[in-house]
Design a protein around this ligand. Structure first.
Ligand code: G6P
Length: 441
């Protein structure tokens, strides 16, 4: 009998792993994790060894009794796990590069989560996550699946609708990053600030902000409108200022990803310029990763290096570890996660995943009832939800027309002819990772 929790992390060779390990170390006094299994695929073995050995050194330095295991055997990692976290990338950064570069040739933002890139990332990822769920049902039916793999909302909804695993939560560092950023600008500790979020992953809005329970929404919106750069945007998105009157009229806090929809032409120009200068974001991240893995190999390194902060996933460990902690202890605090809507947000199907503030219990997240979203933002959220649902159907069926439909209804793609051109080129480029469209090679 184990006397602590077993965590299985799929995509354990990710450069983000030290972030997660740091979180478990910091909370060890209140979250008794005894085993962390980092699992990856054959192609990721070298990275798994490097980052896994760093994880072992971090745990040893901290003096906490956590056994870190490295394995390519997913079944062994999953057996009797209490929590399974997923942070894998099918096809690696090379696939992300195509997701970002191909649409750009047609003057369309690739956007690896909500755009055409997100569609293809979902097509590659969903069959894999559904396989993982089958194994979970057999090997750890009691476990919670905490999904970080992007597009996190879409992947979570695919699990909810197409797998036997119902204990699934999709997690993003976005809402926590916004809360931290706003607390910082207000000059107060983040625990005193609560923002009620509602919407979809990378498409959720901060509807109401309170400081020590007092409504300060208007002050925050005014602050946001006045900033040249909003200071709450993740590192992977250009922090272009908003038109102040627009943010004031919107009346809710947009997230960084909303720029792609409300500032499409500015963002497209920025991305083109950046791509010309330094390559796609995937290429920038690849160089940063090479640098990180170089550092991770240093046998004297036994803490998370500073450079990791240049990635978009800041506070990733904070979000994951505090969620696991609250489920384990039935803490009933409020956190923002992706979960089954169940009527929390009106005009979104009950069985869809939404990103919403929830009470976290040992039975899982209980979404706060949000009612209808304000009219000015409702339409975009619904349109993206339609895109997400059709994307999931395309990923499960491997049906060309369904994929074309998803591509065409995405608001970043402006016509059916362009949608078809992008779709055809991307299907060909990702052939090796799309068995549902091309069969297993
Ligand atoms: C943000 C998002 C994550 C995303 C990351 C990308 O933080 O919330 O979902 O994975 O940025 O960052 P990267 O450094 O990979 O471009």
């Amino acid at each position: 009998m184990r006397n602590g929790l077993k965590i299985a992390t799929i995509g354990g060779g990710s450069s983000y792993t030290p972030e997660l390990i740091e979180g478990f170390i910091k909370r060890h006094h209140e979250l008794p994790v005894s085993e962390i299994w980092l699992v990856d695929v054959e192609e990721g073995k070298e990275k798994l060894d490097i980052v896994g050995n760093l994880a072992k050194r971090m745990v040893e330095k901290a003096g906490v009794p956590i056994a870190v295991h490295l394995t390519l055997d997913r079944r062994e990692a999953l057996r009797d796990a209490d929590f399974v976290t997923t942070q894998f990338r099918v096809g690696g950064l090379a696939a992300r590069m195509k997701d970002e570069a191909i649409p750009l040739k047609y003057d369309v933002i690739g956007q690896e989560t909500n755009g055409p890139g997100g569609l293809f990332k979902a097509l590659r990822t969903i069959p894999v996550i559904l396989d993982i769920c089958k194994e979970m049902e057999e090997l750890c039916p009691q476990a919670w699946l905490i999904n970080f793999t992007n597009p996190a909302g879409i992947v979570t909804e695919a699990v909810l609708r197409y797998s036997p695993v119902k204990k699934v939560i999709g997690l993003c560092n976005g809402p926590i990053g916004i809360t931290m950023g706003i607390a910082d600008q207000l000059g107060v500790e983040p625990e005193r600030v609560r923002i009620d979020f509602a919407g979809l992953n990378h498409m959720s809005y901060g509807l109401k902000t309170t400081l020590d329970g007092k409504d300060i929404s208007e002050r925050v919106i005014a602050m946001l409108a006045g900033w040249e750069r909003d200071g709450i945007t993740a590192k992977n998105i250009a922090d272009v200022g908003w038109v102040p009157e627009f943010v004031e009229a919107l009346g809710v806090i947009p997230c960084g990803y909303h720029r792609y929809y409300y500032q499409t032409s500015t963002m497209l120009a920025k991305i083109k310029e950046e791509t010309e200068r330094s390559g796609t974001r995937a290429e920038v991240v690849k160089r940063l990763e090479d640098e990180l893995f170089e550092l991770y190999q240093d046998p004297d390194l036994n803490v998370k290096p500073k450079q990791l902060e240049r990635r978009g996933g800041a506070y990733y460990s904070e979000a994951a570890v505090q969620l696991i902690h609250s489920i384990h202890t039935d803490k009933r605090d409020i956190q923002v996660v992706n979960t089954r809507n169940n009527g929390a947000i009106a005009s979104i199907p009950d069985d869809s995943a939404v990103e919403v503030s929830c009470i976290i219990t040992k039975e899982g997240p209980r979404p706060l009832t949000m009612g209808d979203l304000p009219v000015p933002v409702r339409g975009l959220v619904q349109q993206i939800k339609s895109f997400e649902r059709v994307t999931i159907d395309a990923a499960v069926t491997g049906d060309y027309r369904t994929a074309l439909l998803a591509m065409t209804i995405n608001p970043l793609v402006h016509s059916d002819t362009v949608a078809k051109l992008i779709l055809d080129e991307m299907l060909e480029a990702h052939r090796a990772h799309l068995p549902q469209f091309f069969g297993v090679s």
